[in-house]
Design a protein around this ligand. Structure first.
Ligand code: ADP
Ligand code: MG
Length: 603
């Protein structure tokens, strides 16, 4: 038998390594941003085309590279950051494995231009298929620019595996947030095509958070600051009232590196015990600094996981520090010496009376008369007819509802009442129905918004006093994308807005008929949150996403008690929907118990 083992050629080894380091455009973004930080840049620019699938560029004003280093940088295990294994435990840089650039060059074309302060000319290198295709001297600025194009051009399986641009862009922005929050003193810019999404000046952590997530967070941040022999902890947690149902704002940094640690997340969560409503997640921006000797970050190629030597004591410290901060905050308002009035957003709506949301009743709807169904509507589902067949016969002489002037939505004679402030119980001749009020109303609103968009027939209510919506750069970009759909569901805005000129403050002058004006700002906050979180993957299209976000924000909630007419209207509107079985989020809307099933229970 001949020997069979052979060493893999470099370009093959690099491609295999790339599989671990480069999973998607966002991984390239992370590695390039980290290299720029390691090069001591004070400003870093990230420019993205086609969600990074086509082009990713990072420009920094850091130390640059010599012509020889520029060539070496693309070799595997080529790093300037460690010389021996021991150095791993005294690390103060992001990188050290020396494989990022080699990996990226194995799966994309790379163009590097770099210059040190003392050099006359910049070095330019073109990499193709892991080889140097061209090297020259050019005139250029100090620092380094890396351009990565056609990611995965030679790995079709990977390329096909990439998600939609929205999803890939979401990952890039997440990565950008993490790096920018870990390094508030460095200026960052993110440009998507021709749109500037973020321009973050050098700032304190607090200012950085507000620049990214909006100044309305200002009075929601509780400072955390603790020095112990094991670790120093600083940063902010969000007040419990600001906790959200999405996990959007959870940032944990160890020695200026974003890391995922379910153990530490748990420590933070337990500090909030008893303070959060079920299903909501605490928000936090916490940086812990400790001796690099006491952690191991080299357990994963992308270095987002970490092993702590003093795990148990860190858990306890973290938990008690946060509890302490939350405690202080509850007795006294937080003292804030860096308050900058320029970042304050006037919220003119604070003093307005919050009205109870009205149920949108389709007064023409009669499930037993096809002719009474408005255009675009549909006959109701068979199960409704079956369940209410007895009621149908009496529907015409129904009692009066609402102002006493309108005709009663039919089938309300079926007796109904609310239990547990959550379910509507309806008894008919044939069965017992338990309807989840929140999910039912979500379904009703969702279909009405979708119909508004499809038929462009939304009814808008003009506001006597316009509302002001203040937007961050990121929100402006999302707002621009959704502007046509927002108008279609019935929002109306002041000034001449177009998709490429959105001001910082948008004036809302009309809202959809389904939306109470006191809820309008809240609706936008929810929408932006949805767009900035991973939930976006659930929706098929922008209009679907908008309808889902709106119905979730505006629906009647569990725990809300409903008057009889409201219950009746809700049930009627539900059974006029195209789909009555599940909510827009695929949750069961009602359960029924037939006569037979009941009898069985009594046998
Ligand atoms: P690592 O960061 O693990 O050292 P990389 O493959 O990311 O490995 O980079 C290899 C080397 O190239 C770095 O150690 C550094 O010396 C150099 N380098 C990469 N990017 C830059 C940059 N933006 N500015 C200066 N030097 C850089
Ligand atoms: Mg690196």
């Amino acid at each position: 038998m001949p020997d069979v083992i052979a060493l893999l050629p470099d370009h093959v080894a690099n491609q295999i390594a790339a599989g671990e380091v480069v999973q998607r455009p966002a991984s390239v973004v992370k590695e390039l941003l980290e290299n720029a930080i390691d090069a001591q840049a004070s400003t870093i620019q990230l420019i993205i085309h086609d969600a990074g699938k086509q082009r990713i560029q990072v420009v920094d004003n850091g130390v640059g590279m010599s012509p020889t280093d520029a060539r070496l940088a693309f070799e595997r295990h080529a790093t300037s950051k460690i010389k021996q294994a021991d150095d791993l435990f005294a690390l103060h840089t992001k990188g050290f494995r020396g494989e990022a650039l080699a990996s990226i060059a194995a799966v994309a074309q790379v163009e590097l231009q770099t210059k040190r302060v003392d050099d006359e000319l910049a070095t330019k290198i073109d990499m193709a298929a892991s080889e140097i295709a061209d090297q020259s001297f050019v005139v250029g600025p100090d620092g380094t620019s890396m351009v990565v194009t056609n990611l995965f051009y030679n790995v079709p399986a990977r390329r096909n595996f990439l998600k939609s641009n929205t999803v890939e862009m979401r990952h890039i922005i997440d990565e950008f947030h993490r790096v920018a929050l870990a390094h508030p003193s460095i200026g960052f810019q993110l440009i998507q095509g021709k749109t500037e999404l973020f321009d973050l000046p050098s700032a304190t952590l607090k200012r950085r958070i507000l620049h990214i997530f909006g100044s309305k967070l200002e009075d929601k941040l509780v400072p955390v600051d603790e020095e112990t022999p094991v670790a120093n902890i600083r940063g902010f947690v969000l007040k419990p009232e600001a906790a959200r149902r999405t996990r959007g704002m959870q940032f944990f940094f160890v020695n200026d590196r974003f890391v995922k640690s379910s153990f530490m997340h748990h420590a933070i969560k337990t500090a909030f015990d008893g303070l959060l409503v079920d299903g909501s997640h605490p928000g936090y921006f916490l940086a812990i600094d400790l001796d690099p000797q006491t952690i191991d970050i080299n357990i994963h190629p992308t270095k987002t996981e970490v092993k702590f030597e003093n795990e148990q004591s860190l858990f306890a410290i973290l938990r008690s520090t946060i509890k302490h901060s939350l405690g202080i905050f509850q007795v006294a308002p937080t003292l804030d010496f860096e308050h900058n009035p320029n970042l304050d957003v006037p919220y003119a709506q604070n003093d307005q009376v919050v009205n109870r949301p009205q149920i949108d009743v389709d007064r023409n709807f009669n499930p037993f008369k096809d002719t009474a169904i408005p255009s675009g509507g549909r006959t109701n589902s068979a199960q409704w007819e079956a369940l209410y067949q007895e009621v149908g016969s009496t529907a015409s002489d129904a009692p009066e509802l609402f102002n006493g002037t309108e005709e009663l939505p039919t089938a309300t004679e079926a007796k109904m009442f609310q239990i547990m402030q959550r379910y509507i119980v309806s008894a008919t001749g044939n069965a017992l129905l338990l309807i989840d009020q929140e999910r039912a109303h979500q379904r009703v609103l969702y279909e009405s918004f979708l119909a508004n968009i499809t038929h462009s027939n939304a009814a808008s209510q003009q506001l006597l006093f316009p509302l002001t919506l203040s937007l961050t750069a990121m929100q402006k970009a999302n707002f621009a994308t959704y502007l046509p759909f927002l108008k279609e569901v019935g929002f109306d805005f002041g000034g001449s807005l177009s998709e490429d000129s959105i001001p910082d403050d948008v004036s809302i002058i009309g809202v959809p008929s389904q939306c109470d004006q006191s809820k309008a700002i809240h609706v936008f906050e929810d929408l932006f949150l949805t767009l900035e979180s991973d939930q976006i993957t659930e929706a098929f299209s922008p209009s679907d996403l908008l309808a889902k976000s709106l119905c979730r924000s505006l629906s009647i909630k569990s725990g809300q008690s409903l008057q009889d007419p409201e219950q009746a209207a809700l049930v009627n509107n539900l059974f006029a929907c195209k789909d009555t079985l599940v909510s827009p989020f695929n949750r069961k809307i009602f359960v029924s118990l037939t006569k037979e099933e009941l009898q069985k229970k009594f046998s």
